[in-house]
Design a protein around this ligand. Structure first.
Ligand code: SF4
Length: 349
């Protein structure tokens, strides 16, 4: 389709519409609403990128949709494969921005770590996305396109989805919620809510909104310190939503959903790895019945922070265990291809 100057008009991506929007669209075209369910099924359960393949949809409707919309996934620009089997996909978006998506195989499980923004405005000291600054939010189709590309173009069975890639998911809240609904829908991508984790740096009002939905989707908090002063130094968002407010929101989430929260804790040499930090973390984890993941710091060239040594990680984890905290020490995956936690920056390096 061309605009009045004869230029090719940019088509909208049909995956930016949810099932209700699709229903309205087909009704406005004089079609029964069950057509929306058929189209939805082609888009998500079968991962179709061409309207012409939707064989149970009338040809006329397919032609109208194809003239207005595209159903294509974002284009992969580069793939890197780690020694540990982790793969990092760099997607080029329609406006020449880049995002990164990581696929992590582990025994019978394959987890995909997806991005929700190009860059990020929150500027955490240990994070390459934060160093980029904020460029823009991803559309629903760009969030889902990362998952669908891996499932249908690469034929990889995804079992778990984590919203821990580039960007703060709760800073792109509406698109993330729409995407989760489609991921979780039994006629859509059909991944169970307990297999989905959303990770936030602590956008308090959105934690409250998320709790009110009452989903079984898991919430994890990038905590990294249970001491206000240290956390404000590592994560500027803590100056807007300091720890007491964050913990109140966590308590609200826990009471509303009855789900356990996980605190993500990157262990940084000389910053948050001493007795004082361990005890304050244990105290809050116990009071909120939260689990703790200890994560090694990934080195990014823009940051002076150093990872805590392995023996310190073990000591810190044991200190928490002795206080009856459920703690897991995570291995860093994909660090050799800059795919580990905090290393994603949407650039081809
Ligand atoms: S850790 Fe998350 S919130 Fe912080 S800068 Fe990185 S992407 Fe943004």
């Amino acid at each position: 389709m061309q605009d009045c100057r004869g230029r090719e008009k940019m088509k909208k991506n049909i995956r930016d519409l949810d099932q209700a929007d699709l229903g309205e669209l087909v009704s406005s075209l004089g079609e029964p609403t069950y057509r929306a369910i058929q189209i939805f099924n082609w888009l998500y359960a079968r991962g179709i990128e061409e309207f012409s393949k939707m064989s149970d949809v009338p040809e006329k409707l397919r032609e109208i949709l194809a003239s207005e919309y595209t159903a294509e996934f974002p284009e992969v620009f580069d793939v890197k494969i780690s020694r540990d089997g982790t793969k990092k996909y760099v997607f080029r978006l329609f406006d020449n921005n880049f995002i990164e998506t990581v696929v992590i195989p582990e025994n019978k499980r394959t987890t995909i770590c997806i991005s929700t923004q190009v860059g990020c405005k929150f500027g955490c000291l240990f994070c390459a996305s934060g160093k980029m600054g904020f460029i823009r939010n991803l559309n629903v189709s760009e969030i889902l396109g990362q998952v669908l590309y891996i499932m249908f173009r690469k034929q990889i069975k995804i079992t778990n989805i984590v919203f821990m890639g580039m960007g703060e998911p709760f800073d792109n809240y509406d698109a993330v919620i729409k995407a989760i609904k489609i991921i979780n829908d039994k006629n859509g991508i059909a991944i169970g809510s307990r297999k989905i984790i959303v990770s936030t740096s602590g956008v308090v009002p959105r934690i409250i909104d998320f709790a009110k939905i009452g989903w079984q989707v898991r919430l994890s908090i990038s905590l990294h310190s249970a001491i206000n002063e240290t956390r404000s130094m590592l994560m500027p968002i803590n100056k807007i939503f300091p720890l007491p407010r964050l913990f109140d929101a966590c308590r609200f989430y826990r009471n509303e959903t009855k789900r356990r929260i996980t605190f993500e804790y990157i262990l940084i040499d000389g910053i948050n790895d001493d007795e004082k930090h361990a005890l304050s973390l244990a105290k809050v984890a116990n009071s909120l019945s939260a689990d703790v993941n200890i994560i090694p710091l990934s080195i990014i060239k823009q940051s002076p922070l150093k990872p805590a040594p392995q023996e310190k990680m073990i000591w810190f984890a044991n200190r928490l265990k002795r206080k009856n905290v459920r703690v897991t020490v995570r291995k860093s995956r994909g660090a050799d291809i800059k795919a580990a936690c905090g290393q994603l920056a949407g650039l081809v390096r």
